[in-house]
Design a protein around this ligand. Structure first.
Ligand SMILES: NC(=O)c1ccc[n+]([C@@H]2O[C@H](COP(=O)([O-])OP(=O)(O)OC[C@H]3O[C@@H](n4cnc5c(N)ncnc54)[C@H](OP(=O)(O)O)[C@@H]3O)[C@@H](O)[C@H]2O)c1
Length: 252
């Protein structure tokens, strides 16, 4: 990683982007936006929803979708190979797939803690290693965007293991950005709470409380997060190793 030329070349916009958890919620919004921006997109989740299948049908030459459990490294590897055969080398990754939590730490089963850590921390680290190795082997420069959460920076009851995984990914973002010496730009986007299947466990009282604490007066919308992800993948900036919070200043 000590090639001085690495520091003199810019990282071009990603043109083939892998999105994990692209079947619904924020992931689906990211896939939709990237396809509309002309980017080629490979997206997977455990279940391909009708919405994701419809998008793929609408962009047959620029999309590749499939059913993959992100914790199954062999399946993820096979998906990446198939996607690259169809779309070309992947030079952008959005680590978005994750599972939520709604249980006090003392009541969370060991197996549930393990599942949250495996899905939200181990799997994205593995997927990142797999895709970055391929980028470097092919002499490509690329970009990684990790979707983390405001929970990594502020405490929320019922989200202890989840918060730990998101804090882990924020920390990995910084160290990987250093390790890759500018060949691959690595950043994280940390949204505030937004409505999705994951956050459906929040009650109206909690949602009202979050809105009251938010200077912009509303919950974050996926559409307010998507442009930041696109910017990190596509714009020529020198942003690297950062965690960008998108929460209307709720956490300030
Ligand atoms: N919602 C919020 O308030 C909020 C706030 C801050 C950050 N975030 C983060 O934003 C990201 C998206 O969250 P969301 O709210 O859009 O969640 P969501 O609606 O529950 O979507 C999660 C996505 O990840 C996929 N996924 C989950 N486990 C998977 C696995 N083992 N293998 C492959 N795919 C898997 C899901 O599909 P399958 O279930 O079919 O696999 C789905 O496509 C997550 O990283 C989350 O932590 C969410």
């Amino acid at each position: 990683m000590s090639d001085p030329a690495a520091h003199t070349q810019l990282v071009p916009p990603s043109s083939v982007v892998l999105v994990s958890g692209g079947s619904r919620g924020l992931g689906l919004a990211i896939v939709t936006d990237l396809l509309e921006s002309g980017v080629k997109v490979a997206a997977f989740a455990r279940t391909v929803t009708p919405e994701l299948a419809k998008l793929a049908d609408a962009h047959p030459d620029r999309s590749h979708v499939g059913s993959v459990d992100v914790t199954d490294l062999a399946a993820a590897q096979a998906f990446v190979r198939a996607a690259e055969e169809r779309l070309g080398p992947i030079d952008g990754v959005v680590n978005n797939a994750a599972v939520g939590q709604d249980s006090l730490h003392v009541h969370t089963a060991t197996a549930d803690i393990a599942r949250i850590i495996e899905t939200n921390l181990t799997a994205p680290l593995q997927l990142t290693r797999l895709t970055v190795r391929r980028m470097l082997a092919q002499g490509l420069r690329g970009r990684i965007v990790n979707i983390t959460s405001i929970c990594a920076q502020r405490g929320f009851p019922g989200l202890v293991a989840y918060s730990a995984t998101k804090g882990g990914m924020d920390a990995a973002t910084r160290s990987l950005a250093r390790e890759l010496g500018g060949r691959v730009l690595v950043n994280a986007v940390a949204p505030g709470f937004f409505a999705s299947e994951m956050s459906a466990v929040l009650g109206q009282t909690q949602l009202d409380q979050i809105v009251r604490r938010t200077p912009t007066g509303h919950l974050t919308e996926p559409e307010e997060v998507v442009p930041v992800v696109r910017m990190l993948l596509r714009e020529q900036t020198n942003i690297n190793g950062q965690v960008i919070v998108v929460d209307g200043a709720a956490s300030i």
